[in-house]
Design a protein around this ligand. Structure first.
Ligand SMILES: [Zn+2]
Length: 209
């Protein structure tokens, strides 16, 4: 949603790697801010071609605009997570508004996908204690990240690739975006780095693994 260039200062949760990794060379790819009518189908095609499943943290109003894409994400076996309804910082909202915002998004996901989301990522990673409580009350776990590709700055495909390949560690959670603007660099980077990760012994997993 919009260009995230105006990110407010945030404190990201410490739990930003896969707890079950236990040293195994697994990592989780995550894509935020979609679904997007151009980026998301292209990304799904790349992931399908490489046989990789990821997690998509969707924005509710985008999912409402493109329910077919939301369904397509789930139909390909990817995890759909809650990334709020309108991408406003939860830590600046009243708890009752956070509940309405996240709850509305979870209901939409449940209606389109058939199951409510288990994972939630706050816009900008900006959790605060009341929003974490709402997240738990709605039956979700918060997910942060350990590798920030900064792909939304459009640094070039090669730099997105190296951000992932240089910093991949067992249990890493990789932050990327399929919404918020044109993302051809992100899509190209995924296509490029997936074979490199595989050659390095990494498997991309859904967060339950
Ligand atoms: Zn976001």
């Amino acid at each position: 949603m919009g260009e995230p260039a105006a990110h407010p200062p945030v404190h990201t949760r410490a739990e930003s790697t896969l707890p079950a990794a236990a040293g195994r060379r697994v990592l989780a790819l995550t894509f935020d801010d979609g679904p997007h009518p151009e980026n998301t189908p292209r990304l799904l095609e790349v992931l399908r071609r490489h046989g990789v499943q990821a997690t998509f943290f969707v924005v509710g109003e985008n999912a409402a605009a493109f329910p077919g894409l939301l369904h397509a994400i789930a139909a390909d076996g990817h995890v759909v997570g809650n990334h709020s309804w309108a991408h406003h910082p939860l830590n600046r909202m009243r708890p009752s508004d956070v509940r309405d915002d996240l709850g509305r998004t979870s209901e939409l996901i449940d209606r389109v996908v058939g199951t409510p989301p288990r994972w939630c990522r706050a816009p900008y990673g900006a959790w605060h204690p009341p929003s974490l409580k709402v997240c738990a009350d709605l039956g979700m776990e918060p997910m942060g990240w350990s590798v920030d590709t900064r792909d939304w700055t459009r640094p070039g495909t090669a730099r997105i690739v190296s951000a992932v390949t240089d910093r991949a560690t067992p249990g890493a959670i990789v932050l990327q975006h399929d919404g918020g603007g044109p993302r051809p660099q992100t899509v190209a980077a995924v296509d490029h780095y997936l074979p490199l990760l595989k050659a390095d012994g990494y498997t991309c997993v859904r967060p339950q693994s």
